[in-house]
Design a protein around this ligand. Structure first.
Ligand code: ADP
Ligand code: MG
Length: 598
């Protein structure tokens, strides 16, 4: 084995580079942070090929003093801290003095800058493996950093980059995360010569969120402004059911530094609790301000995480803040019990005991009889196909389950799951037969999406067309929807479509048969009767009849059960009508002395 030796500086930098710079987006993040630290009020980012070929970030900040230019690219060179005490109260984004040094180790870097106190600026060119060259140059006060050929000399890292599109989207996300908390700063992003983001300086936080997330989400913003002991929390959450299929729109920042922290995500999610369906995630942007001395931003090389004293307290404060904001939004539902009893559609069964001398009309509703007719037999544990005969609708409970009495059994149906299956099979059939039923919208709906989402939806336009969605570009990030699958029915409105688009985008990248099927599932799920929806008896009857004619009716399109059946025997056993308890009582009553066990 070779002898132990101390690595030279260039090699150390290269090894460390992987931690600071993983993607073009990490370069952009570092450059934005430098611009902000330099007091810029506007940051302009231009990328080519997702930033893999080139990244340019220019700002109108202080600029770099000409004598500092050759130094700023050295490792551990920073103007932001000078002694140990500074580490306890870092107010700047940068301080490790690594970013520029790392960039010059893994890419070609050009810096053009002029400090606001100097007349002449400088230009530095540092090509990987070559000695940097500095010239004088002209430009307005501020700095432009250009990073090209990222990882061209480090094939192992270059190999790990994703497609240009994915890398480009990452860059976009990084800018969004900064832009959303720094609504005082102007940001612009140009992707392959197209302006995809343009935020003016000094917007209100609400205007900024609307611009970044689209006006449809913005309509559902709920402001959070909470202060508890020495922690304050400010920002927005989004009113349910507007939500997302992943955590991609849970934005957190601590003292305006964008961070990622599972504990914060969990806290917000638990505050939403049952307001969102499972597998849906909240949308929020929250800036958390604990005392600056409680924050250690020095724990993650790419500064994605920070360490915070009393994190548990902070997490529960966030949870309370969100819960409070949601509670104010949705006052607890007050049900008038009397009304509930009298409303014939809700609880016909209950009424039976209430109105024993019921009129004929009541009789009619109460003893609801339906025939399942021609249900094909299937070897299924749920046995509903035996429902050749008659069943009685007991009613709806908890606004989600339908209860039926049938053939000495209690049958429970999940209204959403059941309807989802009906719609899915229906849609599948239409697609197979090439006859999709479409609703043309008299007034097309315009959706304001964010640029990434708009781009992706337009890419999918061809596939979407197959089941009746027609979407086209309406300029900028706006999408024009002119027709929809008919089953969406009344859900053909902006708010519903925004969350549907979200679910479609969550399906994934590759447009294969699987995508098509998922698209059908999502469409069916979104169109289906939901939990929380009160159904009238005739609606229940219609659903049951449709279900009885639907293949695969025992599971919803996502695999959850639709129907449960509890046999009378099971009920009898649980109530001690049969089984051990019953015989024990029987023996006691008849004074039978017998030790045998049943
Ligand atoms: P850090 O940000 O941790 O100090 P960097 O390597 O990112 O380290 O930058 C090194 C130094 O270069 C900074 O401390 C700052 O003085 C200077 N600098 C970098 N970018 C800019 C910029 N856009 N405007 C002004 N100064 C800059
Ligand atoms: Mg920096």
């Amino acid at each position: 084995m070779s002898r132990v030796r101390v690595l030279d500086d260039a090699l150390v930098t290269l090894i460390a580079a992987g931690e600071v710079i993983e993607h073009p987006a990490s370069v952009v993040k570092e450059l934005i942070e430098n611009a902000l630290d330099a007091g810029a009020t506007h940051v302009d980012v231009e990328i080519q090929a997702g930033g893999i070929d080139s990244i340019k970030v220019s700002d109108n900040g202080s600029g770099i003093l000409s004598e500092d230019v050759p130094i700023c690219i050295l490792r551990h060179s920073t103007s932001k801290i000078s002694d140990r005490a500074d580490l306890d109260s870092i107010a700047t984004y940068g301080f490790r003095g690594e970013a520029l040094a790392t960039m010059t180790a893994v890419a070609d870097v050009k810096i053009v800058t002029r400090h606001k106190t100097e007349d002449i600026g400088s230009q530095l060119i540092a090509r990987t493996g070559e000695k940097p060259v500095v010239h004088s140059s002209n430009r307005s006060a501020g700095t432009l950093v250009e990073v090209t050929n990222l990882f061209s000399q480090v094939p192992a890292r270059r190999k790990h980059l994703d497609s240009e599109k994915v890398e480009g989207q990452r860059v976009h996300e990084v800018i969004m995360k900064h832009a959303i908390v720094r609504n005082d700063i102007g940001f612009r992003l140009v992707r392959d010569d197209i302006v995809v983001l343009d935020c003016p300086e000094d917007q209100s936080s609400r205007e900024r969120v609307a611009l970044l997330w689209g006006s449809d989400i913005a309509k559902n913003l709920v402001e959070v402004n909470h202060r508890e002991s020495d922690i304050s929390i400010a920002g927005f959450i989004v009113r349910p059911p507007v939500s997302r299929g992943n955590r991609g729109r849970e934005y957190f920042s601590v003292l305006k530094r964008p961070i990622e922290d599972q504990r914060l995500s969990k806290a917000v999610e638990s505050a939403y609790s049952t307001l969102l369906m499972s597998s849906r995630f909240p949308i929020c942007c929250l800036d958390i301000s604990p005392p600056i001395s409680h924050v250690d931003a020095n724990v993650h090389p790419a500064k994605r995480e920070v360490r915070i004293q009393n994190i548990d307290e902070l997490v529960s404060t966030v949870r309370r803040a969100v819960k409070l904001a949601l509670d104010l939004e949705t006052p607890p539902e007050v049900t008038d019990t009397l009304d509930a009893f009298v409303d014939e559609d809700i609880m016909p069964y209950q009424r039976e005991s209430q109105f024993s001398e019921s009129s004929d009309r009541y009789e009619e509703t109460l003893v609801e009889q339906q025939s399942f007719g021609e249900i094909a037999p299937a070897a299924d544990i749920l046995h509903l196909e035996e429902v050749g005969g008659v069943f009685r609708i007991i009613g709806q409970i908890m606004k989600v389950y339908l209860l039926l009495e049938f053939d000495e059994a209690l049958v429970i149906i999940d209204q959403h799951a059941a309807h989802e299956r009906v719609l899915y099979e229906n849609l599948r059939k239409q697609v197979n037969e090439g006859e999709t039923v479409v609703q043309e919208l008299l007034e097309p709906i315009v959706l304001h999406l964010d640029a990434n989402d708009a781009e992706r939806i337009l890419e999918l336009a061809g596939v979407l067309e197959n089941i009746g969605y027609s979407v086209s570009s309406f300029g900028g990030n706006e999408i024009l929807v002119s027709s929809l699958p008919e089953i969406l029915g009344k859900r053909a409105n902006e708010d519903e479509l925004i969350s549907l688009v979200d679910r479609i985008l969550d399906i994934g990248e590759d447009v294969t048969e699987k995508f098509m099927d998922d698209l059908l599932r999502v469409t069916a799920c979104h169109s289906a009767i939901r939990a929380g929806q009160t159904l009238s008896n005739s609606e229940i009857r219609k659903l049951l009849l449709d279900l009885s004619k639907t293949p695969n009716r025992y599971n919803c399109a996502h695999g959850r059960p639709t129907i449960l059946r509890i046999e009378r025997e099971e009920l009898d056993r649980r109530f001690g009508r049969i089984g051990v308890a019953y015989f024990k009582r029987y023996k006691a009553r008849h004074r039978i002395e017998d030790d045998s066990e049943y």
